[in-house]
Design a protein around this ligand. Structure first.
Ligand code: PNS
Length: 171
């Protein structure tokens, strides 16, 4: 393994939809690294059903959310199918950055980190502690509240709130 310093990192996720929790992790990554690629996974097979939003919609939503939240220009958003470590090699990212909310995240993240390390030992896995304000946020909670017609303005940027309202028929 080389001794190259990591300047370019990947922040992956399904982002179905992007939340303030994700934006917080991306913002922190931008402070730590020179270049950040937000990688939106197709995740077609996840949980046996597909994501609520298409890959194109999720990419657009992340772009809109980052613009609304004033995330610095060293960020770009890409979609991917297949393995995360393959994407990292393709785009020259040296590490994957993810947020950790609670202990319950840990085992799942450890499993993914171990697997990724086995497949690509040159790619580091880096974890940032999410802001304590957002520990309870998840995309599935956002979808659940939006589907019930409840206020989600404290969980997602307003551009995402509007998308959810349209999707769940409450414009
Ligand atoms: O936001 P999520 O759904 O927890 O993100 C999970 C994600 C997309 C990072 C993970 O499922 C992933 O890396 N998918 C790509 C396929 C892959 O590389 N799998 C092997 C590592 S688990």
């Amino acid at each position: 393994m080389g001794h190259d310093r990591v300047g370019h990192v990947c922040v992956p996720g399904t982002f179905d939809p992007v939340t303030y929790g994700h934006v917080d992790v991306i913002r922190r990554s931008c402070r730590l690294f020179d270049r950040v690629t937000v990688a939106v996974a197709a995740s077609y097979g996840k949980n046996g059903t597909g994501p609520a939003f298409s890959l194109d919609e999720r990419i657009e939503m992340v772009e809109d959310a980052l613009a609304e939240c004033g995330i610095p220009g060293n960020t770009e958003v890409v979609g991917f199918e297949g393995l995360l470590v393959d994407l990292c090699h393709q785009i020259g990212a040296g590490a994957v950055v993810k947020g950790l909310r609670a202990m319950t995240d840990f085992e799942y993240e450890l499993q993914q980190a171990d697997l990724n390390n086995l497949m690509a030992p040159d790619i580091e896995s880096v974890y940032v502690m999410g802001s304590r304000d957002y520990g309870y946020i998840s995309s599935s909670i956002v979808r659940e509240l939006a589907a019930l017609g409840r206020d989600v303005s404290f969980l997602v940027p307003s551009c995402i709130e509007r998308r959810l309202a349209r999707r769940f028929g409450r414009v």
